[in-house]
Design a protein around this ligand. Sequence first.
Ligand code: PEP
Length: 255
Amino acid sequence: MRTKLIAGNWKMNLSRVESVTLAGEILHHTPAMTQAQVLLIPAFVHIDAVAQTIGKSHLLLGAQDVYFERSGAFTGEVSTEMLLELGVSHVLIGHSERRHVIGETDAMLNKKLLAATSEKLVGIYCVGETLQERNSGKAAEVILHQLQAGLANLSHDVIAQGHLVIAYEPVWAIGTGQTATPDHAQETHAFIRSRLAEIISPDLAEQIRIQYGGSVKKANAAELLAKPDIDGLLVGGASLIVEEFVGIIKAAELK
Ligand code: PEP
């Protein structure tokens, strides 16, 4: 039984006051969560304020990125230890905007995933094909490569402890309003799980949660979550709107 994980990636949005207000509203509207975990992922500079707002509630706190070195002359970067100090438990690694806008490589992402999981953070490793890759029939090849490169040398122990989550986010569906159909998402998730069985092990592949992300909203959350290999949702735009995000969380609670 894989507990659903609903995550809101706030990206580079919201002021400090807006972040605190949104976190407070989500807390207020989701009092008794039993079936799903809910993760808020604010901008780095607002993590502290959101941490104070949610306190020791059922809401979990995440970061949008992390650096792989522990400390030193890495201007602008943030370490795992700094995140842990703030109460962060989860970190996104390889979000498509980090891959395609910032230019992070598979080698860097692998180092980040190893650093995060070895410090007991849950690494949410994002994979997904671009529209061009999809149209040229290369989606499976691209995803397989991202999995092989990103998960290299990851210890089976950290995976068994639940410190690895995969997020399938087709780049063509992110922020475009074009969601993958539930059937298409399920097919890709099943493909990812079968590859995880080969790369890691069949037993661990059954335990790893695979989230879907890409234009998820209240209206389509339930049908996506009804699919057997969709273990949660990674939500961008709709996570900034209380009614939408709370609706998505409630869809997971009903599963
Ligand atoms: C995301 O950025 O991870 C995402 C899925 O964005 P959106 O929900 O806005 O498509």
